[in-house]
Write a new protein. Sequence first.
Length: 340
Amino acid sequence: MYQRLIKPFLFLFDPEKVHYFTFSLIKLLTSIPGVNLLLKYLYVVEDPKLEREVFGLKFPNPVGLAAGFDKNAVLYKELSHFGFGFIEIGTLTPKGQPGNPKKRLYRLKEDQAIINRMGFNNNGVDDAVKRLKKNKSVLIGGNIGKNKVTPNEEAVNDYIYCFNALFDYVDYFVVNVSSPNTPNLRALQDKAPLTHLLSTLKKLNDKKESPKPILLKIAPDLSNDQLLDIIDIVTTVNIDGVIATNTTLNREGLQSTHKTEVGGLSGKPLTKRSTEVIRFLVKESNNAFPIIGVGGIHTPEDALEKLDAGAALVQLYTGFVYEGPAAVRNINRALLKRHH
C-alpha cells in the first residue's frame, strides 16, 4: 500500500512540507483509539532472538531510526509503533535555530536518495526535553551538535550544555561532528579538537552516578588515515562506540537532476561506502567498540550486510522514506529467518 498509493502521492509535493504533513498525519491517526494496536500488529516484530545487548543497553531489536527524522522529539512514541527497536532524536543544539534557507531538501528519485542541507534546524534542546519527560518505554538516543553561530573554539560548551540538559531523558548520546551542513563542523573531526571534545564529555559522564553510553557519529568521507585516527581517539578516550556513517559529499554516479545541489547525500548511493567504513573500523580496531551502521539501508539484505560487516545495530532514515514502515518489519523478519 505504501509503495503503490501513499508514496506516489507524497512524492508529488515538496519533501520538507511532506515531512511535516506526515508528522501531523501520524499524530492524528495514532490519537484514534485502536490505531496504535493496528500499527503494532502490522509492523512490530517481537521475539527474544531479536534482542541485542549493546553498550550495556537492552534493545528489543537491532533496527533503529536515525537522527534527523524526529529532530525535536515530537513523534518518538508514535514512531516506535512502526517496529523500531530504538529512536534517535536530534540533532539538537543549545538554542533553537531555523537552519539554512529553504529549499534545502531534495529527493533524487532515480538514485533512491535524498540531499539535505537543513543545517541543524531544531527548537533547541530544552524544548525537546519537555516531551522526553513523558517517555515511558521508548529507547532513545540523543544526538547533539553545536549552534551555527558558536565558533569551533567554543563548540565544546554547546555539547556540554546539550549533554547536561538531556542526560536524564535519553539512553545514549551521539556526538555529531560530521554533518556537512554547519560551516566548519567537520573540522571538529580532526584529532586534537575531537579528543578534547570527547574527553570533556567523558569526564562529565564519569562523574554521574550511572553514566550513559557516548557514541561518535562520523562522516563517510574520511580517509583511511582519518579513520585510524578515529579508532585511536575512541579507544584512548574510551567512549562507547561509533555511528558509521553520516551523509556524504560525494556525488559519484548519480543520475538525478538534483545531484548538483549542495548538502549531504543519503540513501542508496551510500550503501556501499558506509559498509566499507564499518568493515574497516571493525577490522583495524580488532572489534574494539560497537558500531551502529547507517547509510543506504533500503532492504533486509542491506541491513544484513552491515551486520555481517560487524555492525551491532543498524539505523534507517532515507530507506524508511523510500520503502515505508514495512522496511523495519522486513529487516526484523529476515533476521529471525536466519535464526531458523
